[in-house]
Ligand binder design. Structure first.
Ligand SMILES: Nc1ncnc2c1ncn2[C@@H]1O[C@H](COP(=O)(O)OP(=O)(O)OP(=O)(O)O)[C@@H](O)[C@H]1O
Length: 236
């Protein structure tokens, strides 16, 4: 479904992604792990068009998307849950959800068309607090809002950048449950994580990244017993 092929991305002269290649099959959750600075966020931004690759191709459902503007990539059916949630502080929870909403006719994709009521069914706390300002939520609730906001664009594929960041362990477990539920709706997911155990708990395949390249790929079960990779690249 998504194919990243020999991608090179730079910030000015800094060569960050150095021939990155991997695939995310339809309906699967692929987790991308690696130490700080490995290039995980740059990978998400390269796919979303925020930091376009200088070389290499990114294709989505057989169509070349690298080089397209971020709004075109979003319209193709790729939703983004950004690092740090990026909730609109001056909008209510309801407004945060409604502003990016896009119906299925526009994307032309997706088994499930998400409406506001569906988001409220998935996250009842957002319904209870729909008239609060986005910033009045706890970190975990803000993460739910960020996920809800991405779903309102009716994506078929979702990019999640460190959804566990700054959350308490019990809330991280809830994030894991949400990701599993999203997968059950047919969504394909690329999950960037620092939290090794969350990633291994939800992913079908784990990619380990170092210095802008994939250095290991396997199942969560294989990674959980591979102490060498854990120590060398993940600091577990
Ligand atoms: N806007 C920028 N300008 C210049 N260099 C940048 C910029 N953003 C990131 N970098 C550098 O690119 C490299 C990869 O950063 P990236 O954020 O992709 O890593 P990461 O694996 O997501 O790490 P983290 O977990 O800390 O977010 C780092 O060396 C970082 O300092």
């Amino acid at each position: 479904m998504l194919k990243v092929d020999q991608v090179h991305t730079y910030y000015g002269n800094s060569h960050i992604l150095q021939g990155l290649s991997f695939e995310v099959p339809t309906g699967k959750c692929v987790a991308l792990l690696g130490r700080n600075g490995a290039g995980k966020t740059t990978t998400i931004h390269s796919i979303a068009g925020l930091t376009p690759p200088r070389r290499g191709n990114i294709t989505y459902m057989g169509k070349l998307i690298s080089g397209l503007a971020p709004n075109k990539i979003a319209r193709a059916g790729i939703g983004l849950v950004p690092q740090g949630r990026r909730i609109f502080p001056s909008l209510t929870i309801r407004e945060n959800l409604i502003v990016p909403a896009r119906d299925r006719k526009q994307t032309g994709t997706g088994d499930k068309s998400w409406r506001l009521e569906d988001i409220y069914d998935l996250f009842p706390i957002l319904k209870e607090r729909e008239n609060n300002m986005g910033t009045q939520l706890s970190g975990g609730q803000q993460q739910m809002l960020a996920i809800g906001r991405a779903l309102m664009t009716n994506p078929q594929f979702i990019l999640m950048d460190e959804p566990s960041e700054g959350l308490a362990p019990v809330i991280i477990e809830q994030v894991g449950d949400i990701i599993r539920k999203l997968k059950q709706t047919g969504l394909s997911i690329l999950l960037v994580e620092q939290n090794f155990y969350l990633a291994c708990g939800v992913a079908d395949t784990v990619l380990v990244m170092s210095k802008g390249q994939i250095v290991w790929q396997g199942t969560p079960e294989e990674l959980l017993i591979n102490e060498e990779i854990q120590h060398q690249y993940l600091g577990v």
